[in-house]
Write a protein that binds this ligand. Structure first.
Ligand SMILES: Cc1cc2nc3c(=O)[nH]c(=O)nc-3n(C[C@H](O)[C@H](O)[C@H](O)COP(=O)(O)OP(=O)(O)OC[C@H]3O[C@@H](n4cnc5c(N)ncnc54)[C@H](O)[C@@H]3O)c2cc1C
Ligand SMILES: NC(=O)c1ccc[n+]([C@@H]2O[C@H](COP(=O)([O-])OP(=O)(O)OC[C@H]3O[C@@H](n4cnc5c(N)ncnc54)[C@H](OP(=O)(O)O)[C@@H]3O)[C@@H](O)[C@H]2O)c1
Length: 537
């Protein structure tokens, strides 16, 4: 054993290095083929080039903006927070010990991203966002400390931000990229003032000393797992996670993650018991008591972690299901429930002692209330929008990643570019725009298809479902066929623009108008055909 150990070590090292090298190589190829060419540093937007306002400078906003400028559009990013906390979005405001739970191959928020590890840390993720921001010369196009509070159309049908046309100009399209994690949620627990220890939010653990202390984590989401890991690594004496509801935990295994994200129905189906049974049998094993009872895996965002169970088995931590009764001097009085007993149901009352309470209670959702009131009218209110991101009344608004509720997949992947390019297509080619009527029918159809789902039709999705949506949306309209390669891969934008120009000529010869009939016409918007010819090819 002693002889083989150094050899095993060497072989593992070689194996990891070879894979890391191949991973980097593959990413360089992806960047070469799919990343849009950044504008030269001195480039000024062409006169009349369509302008897009991007709201939020997190990875979605930065990625969307880079696609816009890379395809010849002008952009202005509005970020509510100062640069230090705003650039990089939520990844600028979490612990340095945070890291991706899902494999980075499923977190390629931009084609030029180059991950040098499978599970990058907060600093690496932030760095990649900043690099894209710099590479696409977005610095001079970003206004920090500028929360967007309103969005209105002027008489020419152009969007005006914060009622200030003179300051920011007007916009043809909007990408709302406000994310889903806003300010930390810090609910006050009953009699919290009695507690003699310290209370922190899970996103604020940097520099906190947990060595030799009893740490209680409130919440049962991904942040609770991160807080548990933080406490283990800090040498806490005892760690208890108090979770009032159950979520699925899936292994950190890229094949398993991709397979689970490949459910084209995006909902629980009659065969969903198979992955659930496999997970209980081979992943949870002796800890299957922690797994959710009666809650399907395709209903709620699962947590991705493989080490948690090892920590519990090693006696370093406990994961307790139940309800907080109140806080006491020494800790938390807790009603410990068994598997399957609902929230507030009967259980065993215990005192969980604590020196530190970590509130892993999540984040409040950033508001989209700056959008026109119309888009919030049920039954077509978010997330029940076209493809979940386009409010049916306005194909010029793309709420990229901002209406997301639950999913298997990730928030930061190629879909950011696909949604952005769909918006660009709608902006430059009115014939490709769906009308309000058809957008609503699409939403109705999705509801019908998912009528037996335990969640709302748009409250849960999987990647395969997204791909199916995109293919269906592009394939259904002949005027969009020419755009397919551009929308899906960001390549070949010269061809559709040439065809669009040809279509324009034909229409001019026939004396037809055409474009005005598509989407947003009731807002008095002028045809954007004038703008499209300025888009760089
Ligand atoms: C610790 C942690 C780990 C995570 N890990 C993963 C993971 O492994 N996989 C995954 O898929 N997701 C993960 N997430 C979810 C995370 O939300 C996404 O990874 C991603 O950061 C979302 O990026 P975004 O740009 O859409 O939103 P954000 O990063 O939240 O950025 C939105 C930006 O918009 C700004 N903004 C909001 N409202 C306005 C306004 N009205 N005007 C102007 N600006 C505004 C905000 O200030 C913010 O900077 C994690 C989240 C946390 C907290
Ligand atoms: N590395 C990663 O991948 C990673 C790390 C952290 C976060 N994230 C992502 O960030 C988002 C937020 O995750 P999160 O874990 O911070 O939040 P979350 O998923 O919203 O979970 C919050 C947890 O706190 C519980 N909770 C809330 N208020 C409570 C109260 N008053 N008393 C007791 N329990 C309470 C919730 O219970 P109920 O469910 O019953 O409300 C839930 O279990 C998610 O999208 C997540 O995937 C990812």
């Amino acid at each position: 054993m002693g002889i083989f150990s150094p050899i095993e070590h060497l072989l593992t090292d070689i194996y990891v290095k070879v894979f890391a090298y191949l991973y980097m190589l593959a990413q360089s190829v992806l960047a070469f083929v799919f990343a849009p060419t950044p504008p030269p540093p001195s480039a000024r937007p062409k006169k009349g080039a369509p302008r897009v306002a991007i709201i939020g400078a997190g990875l979605t906003g930065v990625s969307a903006a880079s696609h816009c400028v890379g395809h010849g559009f002008d952009v202005q990013i509005f970020e509510a927070r100062p640069k230090k906390e705003g650039l990089g979005g939520i990844w600028s405001r979490v612990n340095s010990t945070s890291a991706l739970q899902i494999h980075s191959i499923m977190f390629r928020f931009h084609p030029s991203v180059k991950w040098d590890s499978a599970y990058p840390t907060q600093a690496q993720i932030k760095q990649q966002i900043i690099e894209v921001w710099k590479q696409y010369d977005l610095e001079r196009r970003t206004a920090f400390n500028t929360p967007v509070k309103s969005l209105k159309k002027n008489k020419d049908g152009k969007w005006v931000i914060n009622n200030d046309e003179s300051k920011y100009g007007t916009f043809d399209g909007i990408v709302a990229a406000v994310g889903s994690c806003g300010d930390p949620k810090m609910p006050t627990l009953p009699h919290q003032d009695r507690f003699k220890g310290q209370v922190f939010h899970s996103s604020n653990l940097d520099g906190k000393d947990a060595k030799g202390k009893r740490v209680v984590v409130i919440g049962g989401g991904a942040s609770a797992i991160e807080a548990l890991e933080y406490a283990v690594n800090s040498g806490a004496a005892r760690i208890d996670v108090l979770s009032r509801s159950d979520k699925w935990i899936i292994p950190r295994n890229v094949v398993v993650n991709v397979l689970l994200a490949s459910n084209i129905f995006g909902q629980e189906i009659s065969l969903s018991w198979v992955p659930e049974w496999l997970l209980r049998k081979f992943f949870y094993r002796d800890l299957s008591d922690i797994s959710p009872a009666g809650k399907g895996i395709f209903t709620d965002t699962p947590m991705v972690n493989s080490e948690l169970f090892d920590q519990i088995r090693a006696g370093k931590a406990r994961w307790l299901r139940g309800d907080i009764i109140c806080v006491e001097n020494e800790g938390i009085r807790f009603n410990h429930r068994s598997q399957g007993v609902p929230k507030g149901g009967p259980g065993h009352e215990i005192l969980v002692e604590a020196d530190i309470i970590v509130m892993a209670t999540g984040f409040s959702r950033p508001s989209l209330s700056f959008l026109p009131d119309k888009v919030f009218q049920p039954p077509y209110n978010p997330p029940s929008w076209y493809l979940q991101v386009f409010p049916p009344q306005y194909p010029s608004i793309c709420a990229n990643n901002s209406t997301y509720v639950n999913a298997i997949g990730t928030v930061g992947n190629y879909h950011i570019g696909i949604y952005t390019r769909l918006l660009l297509m709608f902006l430059v080619d009115p014939l490709s725009r769906p009308t309000e009527f058809w957008m609503k029918r699409w939403i109705d159809m999705t509801r019908f298809m998912k009528r037996f789902a335990p969640t709302g039709a748009f409250d849960f999705f999987t990647y395969a479902e997204l791909i199916y949506w995109f293919l269906f949306v592009v394939a259904i309209n002949p005027f969009r066929w020419k755009w397919a390669a551009f929308v899906l891969f960001g390549i070949g934008r010269g061809l559709p623009m040439t065809v669009v120009a040809g279509e324009d000529q034909l229409r001019a010869m026939g004396g037809g108008g055409g474009g005005e009939s598509q989407g947003e016409k009731n807002e008095g918007e002028k045809s954007q055909r004038g703008g499209k010819s300025e888009v760089s090819k």
